[in-house]
Design a protein around this ligand. Structure first.
Ligand SMILES: *Cc1c(COP(=O)(O)O)cnc(C)c1O
Length: 367
């Protein structure tokens, strides 16, 4: 059996270092917003190339606190891709703002900058990009539009830790960025965790207070904040895993290249390759497209290969977002009907990749 992702193996590679940090943490006697979080925030900001990082409880909170910190709320519009994980959209509506869905480019799966301008109205306040599946968005045209219309640019980096656009890392390409360290992400904790990166000092101080009851100083509250702190215990683990992130991303790259070089089946469309126009890809997911996707998934499972679908139902077809339901998103619907994510992770072997490749090359629609 080739699992989609062997999380246990991913973490056990660092058993000794993680255990040591957890023991240090236990013995510190300081369990909330202490040295572990402080260290990790400093190291992650440095890694992303930003001035600041704020650890929070999860990726959804990171997204929604960013929107709140910029004063975006009731009746404001935020432009966002129509094919993203639901958390990106939830963060917008949680603030009372309106998600305005923009279709992606079919080959990159990322928001199509050319479609954005037509969706801007006097109520638009921000563009929320998502570096989906690990590939950076084409930021120059997006930042140009943001300048032209005085919009904020936010990044959802939950799938793209370490990806670059030209000479900068994601997390440092707009006004503020949200990360998730959910266990299965390229940089994953042992539970829920997240962070925000940014360069603006005033907003940094506001976010730092917002995550901690709106308090900048003990028992003094500037805002009606929330409790969304990054746990020390997760920061202790993330500090170890951050050191290996680039190495892990390079292994993902190696396996993705192997797939792209060797999968050859006219029924299957491969994802676009890395490197065009300054985009980079850290292969959080290796996503192919195929008609009759469920049939291919069953065929692979039958050959002992586990795959997943990211994602089966588009936002505008979800019961929770009935108000967004219409027929204006054919590309998004096509993507949701055709995508299949192959196993990819730093702990798989080249033999696994070859087995998956072989199975795909032998696949015929009428088996
Ligand atoms: C995982 C993910 C999130 C949410 O992160 P959580 O930590 O699970 O809240 C947000 N956006 C995208 C694109 C994600 O993949």
């Amino acid at each position: 059996m080739i699992p989609f992702l062997d999380l246990k193996q991913i973490n056990l590679r660092h058993e000794e270092e993680i255990t040591q940090n957890l023991v240090d943490f236990l013995h510190s006697g300081w369990y909330i917003l202490g040295k572990q979080v402080e260290d990790f925030e400093k190291q992650f900001a440095e890694y992303c190339g930003t001035k600041y990082c704020i650890g929070v409880a999860n990726g959804l909170d990171a997204l929604s606190l960013i929107i709140r910190a910029y004063g975006i709320g009731e009746g404001d519009e935020v432009i966002v891709p129509s094919n993203t994980y639901i958390a990106t959209i939830l963060a917008i509506s949680a603030n009372g703002a309106i998600p305005v869905l923009v279709e992606p480019n079919l080959s990159s799966f990322n928001i199509d900058p050319e479609v954005i301008e037509g969706k801007i109205t006097p109520r638009t306040k921000a563009i929320m990009v998502v570096h989906l599946y690990g590939q950076s968005c084409n930021m120059d045209p997006i930042n140009e539009l943001a300048n032209k219309y005085s919009l904020k640019v936010f990044e959802d980096c939950a799938q793209a830790h370490g990806a670059m656009y030209k000479d900068k890392k994601v997390g440092n390409l707009g006004d503020a960025a949200a990360f998730s360290f959910y266990p299965g992400k390229n940089l994953g904790a042992l539970g829920d965790a997240g962070a925000i990166t940014l360069n603006n000092e005033e907003t940094y101080l506001k976010l730092k207070a917002l995550r901690n009851y709106g308090s900048h100083q003990k028992y003094e509250n500037l805002y009606k904040g929330v409790n969304s702190r990054l746990d020390e215990i997760h920061a202790a683990v993330l500090k170890v895993k951050l050191k290996y992130l680039d190495e892990d991303n390079n292994l993902r790259r190696k396996f993705a290249e192997e797939y792209s070089r060797n999968i050859c089946n006219p029924l299957i469309t491969l994802p676009s390759v890395e490197g065009e126009s300054g985009l980079s890809h850290v292969w959080h997911l290796y996503v192919i497209r195929v008609n009759n996707r469920d049939k291919l998934q069953a065929y692979l499972l039958n050959r002992g290969i586990q795959t997943l679908i990211h994602y089966p139902i588009p936002i505008h077809k979800q019961e929770a977002y009935k108000e967004l339901n219409d027929d204006k998103y054919p590309i998004s619907e096509k993507i949701h009907n055709e995508v299949l994510s192959l196993p990819i992770s730093p702990v798989m072997s080249i033999e696994d990749v070859q087995k998956v490749t072989e199975a795909l090359n032998e696949y015929k629609e009428a088996f």
